[in-house]
Structures are given as structure tokens and as C-alpha cells.
Design a binder for this molecule. Structure first.
Ligand code: ADP
Ligand code: MG
Length: 671
């Protein structure tokens, strides 16, 4: 448990407390999962079952009834420590088995006058293995108690500057740690937890801020002027008026790139918010200053789409734009590589093929990365090694990261947001239907297709059961063919088990309009633009996460026609699924949906941050403690402005907060 010395015990916090004065009766237990504390007599201590089902069962009774206490692990140890016909106080979580309540693995203590009088008792995290050795949730309390008898306030010195303690009304560190283990009242317990959460979040904000400072020292190219290309494009070639959000973001990029430091900016904008034009104008800025620029997309189809649309936009300005992908071969490839190395190609669009060793730039000044989450951090870092001075990096994503999460991952200072859609967009109608209505839904799709539109039909893909999902998709495909007979309709199918070539070819059939229906797993999630597609049908929608459904929905509504997103589910939905479906049908704003997703699933499940283990706070929860996070961020900004190198005497102790959190280093650089 990472407890090696006594001092570590101080930071092994209780996960909850029980108040010895709050007692329940056996007959009052009313629902599963409820924590109960009962005083009663134990009788009938028996071992039941054989092999892996072996367990220890003891019956506890009070004046209202009886209930079974069950141990699956550590049975031997428990059996030795329990005595029949003695009175115990028992604490645990009620479980329901065959319609009868029991308490698995309860905490059990002999009931005597001392236990009766004790106040709030801490319960500590432990493991089954430790428990079976007798180191239970409560044993830690005994150890910590012994420790505290030897500790004086001076042994736990304050680390936060007095000014912060005052401004945010935090309790001192010694008392925070004392009270979190042994609170003498609910108020003190809350004060202690608040202070320690505050310290945790502040430590992480400060660490990010410091990393950012070191990083800012990284030299970058200076884009000194806004030149002819940018201006001419703005005046003559812009196909529409920029939204205010787009203008603001371009300005932010402009400010970053004149500092002489390397830019590392994350651009978030909902699907269809118009990120591409921001990329194009940033690239023009690079060209104006004599640099090359690249735009990297996660798939060949996306790269191709970008290539075509950007080439068209820049046609009039006679700026050469090239495309480089894995499938670019022969002379074309040779010419492109040559053009890049010599500087004849100012703008290159491509896939991760751009990262290969062979690709050398004359002077790359800006790299734009579209739909960031498809690339690994390592892959992105490779862009750095192309030249001695790294290019400015702009990462664009349509998967919004809620502000609280952005703050904990990056500090939010390098994040730009396009929070406004171009004018005149029709809202996508989102509808929930159950399986029973499938024929009607299919009829509706048919009527749209007969009007000349296209439709997506998407099936879930969950990695653990890939085979089953594939079977679902196949079955679904057969079913779709019943509604859309092959002699009359053209259907393309796309899934992760296909060879990349075939997949891209099938996808292309849909993009070109040849196929009217695309039956697919979630591989189409990101970025493709088929303005003629007006329906997104999501099968088994209850199995999709919120952000994922929102991404899928963003595939339609890209043309002038009214578009629809249909969520098909079974009849019976869990509470969570119901909430997700309801959120989808009532909310269209991607940021609101992302916040909701974060609140429902927690940060660990989202954005692949679980593996990296970076948002592991002992106490703080970035959703529930968003207000504290905001305070910690403000305090950090103020502190760094006042004492950037942390040299003031008052701030010396803060350095101890910084050391341990090296795992965040990767994330401090968006690129
Ligand atoms: P995304 O942010 O999803 O990448 P795109 O850049 O592909 O969005 O833009 C979506 C569509 O909106 C494109 O067809 C683009 O031409 C159009 N668009 C972008 N900005 C504007 C604007 N300011 N006014 C009108 N249409 C715009
Ligand atoms: Mg895009």
C-alpha cells in the first residue's frame, strides 16, 4: 500500500468514519448497499460450502430479528477471533442474497462500555490480502493512534504560505492531518478534508505551472509579421465571414507565435464549429514568415478531405499544397519528399506518414494535428525531432475536455475554445425509439434515401467482446438488407476487422455518394464530412458513452438539409442509460455533454487518463470539488505572477509539494 515508514501512515487517509452512537436495528435494513451498524449477539459460527465457495457464516441477532454475517476470505482468522453468545458491534454494507439481507465482510468489535462511548471511528482502505492477515480497515486506526501519541504539532509543519491560509480560510496542516484521522466533530472532519483536498489540487496546479514555465523557456520560431498571404486570403478568399470565436482563436495563436517561445495550444471546438479554417489561416501565418506548415490527420480519408478542401481554398492564391500518406507511392512520393526537403512545398497535408524518418522539412514552423485523441503522445512528440527548433504545435479536437479536466491536465492557459457554431446551422433532431419501432425507423430512412440523401447505421464496438460485436454487426447488416434490398439500394460496410485498404475503399464509396447507406462500427467516429448524409441511426444506443454518441451525431447536419439522429435501444434501460439518452435528446452543446459525461463516469474512464494515472488524487474529485480546483488555480496564477521562481522565503516550503508529481510531465506539453 506504499506505506513504508510511520510517516506514510499520516497520509493514508480514512475513506469514511462510523459514528458509534448511530445504531441500526436488524429489522430496519431496507435496501442493498446501505451501511448499517448493529449491536447484537453472535450465535452459530459455521463454515459452509466447499472449495472456492467455502465461507464462514455467523448469525447475529438483536431484539428485532437476525441477520447473517458472511466471510469469503480470511474465514480462518475470523473464526478464531469470534466467540459465540458474545455481544458485538457490527458495521458493514447490507447485501441482498436470495431475497434475504446479509452483511458480507463486516467490521466486528466486542461491545463494551469503551466502544459504546467512542466517537467517530475512522475506516481505512485495506486489501483482502491484508485483511486476511488481520490488518483490517480498523487496524490502521490503532497504528495511527500510536503514532499520534508521539507526534507534536512541530512535526507536521505548515507548507502553504500564511497568506493563502488566510485568504482561503484553511485550517493548519497539523490539525488537518490530526482531524482527518481522529475527528472530534463533524465540523473538524470537514475542515480537515477541505484543507487536504485544497492542498492536493493546489500542488497539482503548482506543478503544472512550474512545468509550463520550464517549457515556455523552450525557444520557438518568431512569426513576426502578418503578411500578404494571410491578408489576401482574409480579404479575397475567405468563403464566409469568420465567427467571433474563430477570430478570437486566431488572435490567440497569433499572440503565441510572436513571443519567440514555442506554442503548444489545444484548440477545442464542437464538431462543425469550423476548426479547419483556423488551421488554414495559422498555416498562412507560417508561410508569411518564410516557414513550411503541415496538417496531420488520423486517417487517409480525413487527410484526403482536408487536402481537397484546403487546396480549393488556396487555389486562387497559387500556394502549392501537397498530400503525403502511407499509400502515396512512386514518383509522387519522391517528388513530395524532395519538395519538402527543398522548401518548394509550403503546405503539406498528411497522415502519420509525415512522421517517418524519411520525411525531412526545410524549415517547418507549424504543425497542426487534427482530432488529437487518435494519436499517442509518443507519436506526437516525434514531430519535435524534425528540426532543432521545434515547430509551433496546434492540436485540434472535437472531443471537448471539460474545463475542470483541462485545468488538471494542462492548466487551462494553453487551451482555446470555439464555443460558437457558424450561423444558419439547422439543429439536428435527436429522437429516441425502442427496438419495436425499428420497421418504422427503417421506413423513415428509406424515405430520406429516396429523396437522395444518405444515412449512417452504427453498431457498438466494445473491445472486450469484439467478436460478439462483429456478429451483431453482421446480423444487423443482414437485417438492413431486408429493408433495403440489394437490387435497389447500395450499402457499404465498414468495421475494424477489415484490412485498412478495404475499409478505406468502402468508406470512400459512401463519401463519394455511391453508397447510400453506411453500416459501420464506431470506426467512423472522427471527422468525416459527408454533407449529403442526413441520418445517423445508432443501434443499441444504450451501450454508447455520451461523448461518443455526440461525436457520431456530429457526422450529420453538415449540409443544408434537416438532419436526424435516431437512438435505438431496448425496452428496458438502466438508470444511467436513461439519463444518457435523455441528455442526448435534450442537449446539443458538446461542452455541456462532456461535463455531463465527466460527472457520470468520472475522469478516470474518460480520455484515456486512467492508464496514465495522472488524475489520482487521494481525496479530491475534480467534479465534486470543482470550486476548490478553481480556487487552487487562481491562487497558483497569483503566486506565480508574484514569485515566478519561488524564491521568496514564504514560498520555500511549497517546493516540497512539487517533487512527487513527475507523472504529470507528459501532459504539460499538449504536443
Ligand atoms: P470542424 O470544426 O468540425 O472541423 P469544419 O472546419 O469542417 O468543422 O467546418 C464545418 C463546416 O462549416 C465546413 O463546411 C466549413 O466550410 C463551414 N464553416 C466554417 N466556419 C464557418 C463560418 N464562419 N461561417 C460559415 N460556415 C463556416
Ligand atoms: Mg474537422
Amino acid at each position: 500500500m506504499d506505506i513504508e515508514e510511520f510517516g506514510d501512515l499520516l497520509f493514508h487517509y480514512p475513506y469514511r468514519y462510523f459514528d458509534r452512537t448511530q445504531l441500526n436495528k436488524v429489522s430496519s435494513i431496507s435496501k442493498e448497499g446501505e451501511y448499517v451498524q448493529i449491536v447484537g449477539t453472535i450465535v452459530n459460527i459455521l463454515e459452509e460450502g466447499v472449495g472456492r465457495k467455502k465461507r464462514l457464516v455467523a448469525t447475529l441477532y438483536d431484539d428485532t430479528g437476525r441477520i447473517e454475517l458472511v466471510w469469503f476470505q480470511g474465514a480462518q482468522w475470523m473464526k478464531k477471533s469470534l466467540k459465540e453468545n458474545e455481544t458485538y458491534i457490527v458495521f458493514g454494507k447490507a447485501a441482498l442474497f436470495n431475497g434475504v439481507f446479509n452483511i458480507p465482510h463486516p467490521e466486528v468489535d466486542p461491545w463494551n462500555t469503551a466502544t459504546a462511548k467512542a466517537g467517530m471511528q475512522p475506516l481505512y482502505p485495506t486489501t483482502e490480502k491484508l485483511k486476511s492477515q488481520g490488518l483490517t480497515n480498523r487496524s490502521f486506526a490503532k497504528l495511527t493512534q500510536v503514532l499520534f501519541e508521539k507526534i507534536r504539532p512541530a512535526d507536521i509543519p505548515e507548507v502553504l504560505p500564511a497568506q493563502i491560509i488566510n485568504e482561503y480560510q484553511l485550517c493548519d496542516r497539523y490539525h488537518a492531518i490530526k482531524w482527518i484521522h481522529f475527528p472530534d466533530s463533524e465540523t473538524h472532519m470537514q475542515a480537515a478534508r477541505h484543507r487536504l483536498k485544497w492542498e492536493e489540487l493546489f500542488a497539482s496546479q503548482l506543478t503544472i505551472a512550474r512545468l509550463r514555465q520550464q517549457h515556455i523557456i523552450q525557444q520557438g520560431w518568431k512569426f513576426e509579421k502578418v503578411g500578404d498571404h494571410f491578408n489576401r486570403f482574409f480579404k479575397e478568399c475567405l468563403p464566409f465571414e469568420l465567427t467571433n470565436a474563430q477570430k478570437r482563436v486566431i488572435k490567440e495563436i497569433r499572440v503565441d507565435t510572436v513571443t519567440g517561445k514555442q506554442m503548444n495550444r489545444l484548440l477545442q471546438g464542437d464538431v462543425g464549429s469550423g476548426k479547419t479554417i483556423v488551421a488554414v489561416m495559422s498555416m498562412l501565418l507560417a508561410i508569411d514568415n518564410g516557414f513550411q506548415a503541415c496538417l496531420m490527420a488520423p486517417t487517409e480519408i480525413l487527410a484526403q478531405q482536408h487536402f481537397q478542401s484546403i487546396r480549393k481554398m488556396l487555389d486562387k492564391m497559387q500556394i502549392p499544397v501537397a498530400l503525403l500518406m502511407g499509400s502515396t507511392k512512386g514518383k509522387e512520393r519522391k517528388d513530395t519528399l524532395k519538395g519538402l526537403a527543398e522548401g518548394a512545398i509550403p503546405i503539406i497535408i498528411g497522415t502519420h506518414a509525415l512522421l517517418e524518418e524519411k520525411v525531412q522539412f526545410k524549415n517547418i514552423g507549424l504543425a497542426v494535428i487534427d482530432e488529437q485523441h487518435r494519436f499517442g503522445v509518443g507519436q506526437r512528440a516525434r514531430l519535435w525531432t524534425k528540426n532543432e527548433t521545434p515547430p509551433h504545435i496546434l492540436v485540434m479536437t472535437a472531443t471537448p475536455i471539460p474545463r475542470t479536466l483541462a485545468m488538471t491536465l494542462y492548466g487551462d492557459l494553453d487551451v482555446s475554445v470555439i464555443d460558437e457554431l457558424p450561423p444558419g446551422r439547422q439543429e439536428i433532431k435527436t429522437i429516441h425509439r425502442t427496438d419495436m419501432s425499428r420497421p418504422k425507423v427503417m421506413e423513415f430512412i428509406r424515405s430520406e434515401i429516396d429523396k437522395g440523401r444518405q444515412s449512417y447505421i452504427v453498431y457498438p464496438l466494445i473491445e472486450e467482446s469484439e467478436k460478439m460485436d462483429y456478429e451483431n454487426l453482421e446480423a444487423g447488416y443482414e437485417q438492413v438488407k431486408v429493408f433495403f434490398p440489394e437490387h435497389k439500394y447500395r450499402i457499404a460496410i465498414v468495421h475494424g476487422r477489415q484490412e485498412t485498404d478495404l475499409r478505406e475503399r468502402n468508406m470512400q464509396r459512401f463519401v463519394s455518394g455511391d453508397a447510400q447507406l453506411l453500416v459501420a462500427t464506431t470506426v467512423i467516429e472522427v471527422g468525416v464530412d459527408v454533407p449529403n448524409a442526413t441520418i445517423m441511426l445508432i443501434e443499441s444506443a444504450e451501450r454508447f458513452g455520451l461523448s461518443q454518441m455526440h461525436q457520431l451525431r456530429g457526422r450529420v447536419g453538415r449540409g443544408g438539409e434537416q438532419s436526424y439522429c435516431v437512438l435505438l435501444t431496448g425496452n428496458r434501460l438502466s438508470e444511467d442509460s436513461t439519463l444518457r439518452i435523455k441528455t442526448m435528446t435534450s442537449i446539443t452543446n458538446g461542452f455541456t455533454i462532456a461535463e455531463q459525461d465527466l460527472a457520470m463516469r468520472g475522469p478516470g474512464e474518460l480520455y484515456g487518463t486512467k492508464q496514465s494515472g495522472i488524475i489520482k488524487f487521494k481525496l479530491a474529485d475534480i467534479v465534486a470539488d470543482a470550486a476548490i480546483l478553481e480556487q487552487a488555480r487562481n491562487a497558483t496564477v497569483q503566486l506565480i505572477a508574484d514569485d515566478p521562481a519561488l524564491i521568496k522565503p514564504d514560498n520555500q516550503s511549497l517546493k516540497s509539494l512539487l517533487t512527487k508529481r513527475t507523472s504529470q510531465a507528459n501532459w504539460s506539453k499538449i504536443s
